[in-house]
Design a protein around this ligand. Structure first.
Ligand SMILES: [Zn+2]
Length: 425
């Protein structure tokens, strides 16, 4: 319990999670057996070497202060994701776990370059393959559909280009995604080493993606400064991944808040990979962003590899950044509003979140709106109070109707009994 509320009971939305990064140590062992890969003995920690309550899905053994050790682990795991069955298993495992910890909405980042490249026997070079992409998409869609059927969790996918492979390569990926549309692929992203080139180098790729109706979520401000965030927004990003450097430039903060561009906050990932934080979440700007009216979401980035999960990132939100229950509900509602799902799905998921709110929650939300100083934040919270009030009223009407119906049924039954007993007489 934090601030007198239980984080595990709250609905949660995840917008920044790389599919290959979700692989837990347990799943990595399964993939290694399947592909007869011999992982080093010290690849994962053994039981007793780590706190099982903090790392319920196991823990990789890489040293958190060693960037290259992390990259090696990531690459070894990603390398074992080869077949549609691998992608199905990994996606199913991740989404089921996410739903179990209150997940109502997930977007998974996929890289066609990793997932759908096949060696052309004629040229001997790796090329994007349409049949391979289709087979992979079928596999992960099957997993998403099954989890939706079982738990109600909604999933969408973001196809991403890898920045350090160059602008031409990212453009090729954008064209490939445009030419092979999929109903659940609703966004386009750029990930990879932020220092590789400027966003303007990728303008053509981004225009292709936008032209195909895809919304943009771009990694920015993780390693580079606030200018990278400004560029991402200028080129049409609806969301920026990480955005840790945003507070260094008040104009960027204002721009984000004004335009409603979301910062996908990834606390654990940032603690491990962003040097400026010095390994301490007390230096993370999540609270600053929120109070400045910037819309944020809380994400694992690479849940499996970082030994985290959506619930843990939310617990960090409560414990390290002091987000209250009303703020946490607002954060999840923001995530759904800034998600890349269609209007009807966003509306449905939002309404379901509002339905979980009690009268006490609405009161807390109203108090939060009352004392909010930032105008963007204040307006948004006031809207939340209004919208949740409407949903509560609708629920009350439905309940009343159900009671009346039950009452009517009861009367009919009584009349029937009276008739029967009357007949007997
Ligand atoms: Zn990422």
């Amino acid at each position: 319990m934090t601030n007198n509320y239980n984080v595990s009971e709250l609905p949660k939305a995840t917008l920044h999670e790389h599919i290959e990064g979700t692989v837990t140590p347990e799943m990595a062992a399964k993939l290694a057996r399947r592909h007869q890969v011999k992982l080093p003995d010290d690849f994962v920690m053994k039981e007793g070497q780590y706190d099982k309550t903090d790392f319920p899905n196991g823990r990789y053994a890489y040293d958190e202060s060693d960037f290259w050790a992390f990259i090696n682990t990531y690459d070894s795991v990603a390398d074992m994701m080869r077949t549609p069955q691998d992608y199905y298993d990994v996606t199913k495992d991740y989404l089921s776990k996410n739903a179990n910890e209150g997940g109502v909405y997930v977007e998974l980042i996929l890289s066609p370059m990793h997932m759908a490249t096949e060696v052309n026997p004629e040229t001997g070079k790796g090329e994007l393959s349409v049949p391979r992409y289709k087979a992979m998409m079928d596999a992960i869609t099957k997993a998403a559909d099954e989890v939706k059927e079982e738990t109600g969790l909604e999933t969408r996918f973001i196809a991403t280009g890898v920045r350090n492979l160059g602008a031409e390569n990212v453009k090729e990926v954008a064209e490939f995604v445009r030419d092979n549309p999929h109903p659940l692929v609703t966004g386009f992203g750029i990930a990879g080493n932020e220092r590789a080139g400027k966003f303007d180098d990728f303008a053509e790729a981004l225009n292709i993606a936008k032209g195909a109706g895809l919304k943009l979520a771009l990694h920015a401000g993780e390693i580079c400064g606030p200018e990278s965030i400004r560029d991402a927004v200028r080129l049409g990003a609806s969301r920026v991944g990480h955005g840790v450097s945003a507070p260094q430039d008040p104009a960027v903060m204002k721009d984000l808040a004004e335009k409603g561009v979301m910062v996908e906050v990834c606390p654990t990932s940032n603690r491990i990979l962003v040097n400026d934080l010095k390994g301490d979440l007390a230096n993370h700007p999540a609270r600053k962003l929120y109070d400045a009216g910037v819309r944020i979401s809380l994400n694992p980035d690479d849940a499996g590899i970082f030994g985290t999960h959506t619930g843990k990132e939310h617990r960090i939100g409560a414990e390290k950044f002091g987000f209250t229950k009303a703020e946490m509900l607002d954060i999840t509602l923001c995530a759904v509003e800034n998600s890349f799902a269609d209007v009807a799905t966003r509306k449905k998921v939002k309404e379901n979140i509002y339905k979980t709110m009690t009268a006490e929650d609405r009161k807390e939300m109203a108090e939060l709106a009352e004392k909010a100083e930032n105008p963007f934040l204040k307006r948004r919270l006031e809207t939340r109070v209004e919208e949740s009030g409407k949903v509560a009223k609708k629920l009350e009407l439905q309940k009343r109707k159900a009671r009346t119906m039950a009452g009517m049924k009861n009367k009919k039954f009584q009349a029937l009994v009276m008739n029967r007993t009357g007949m007997k007489r």
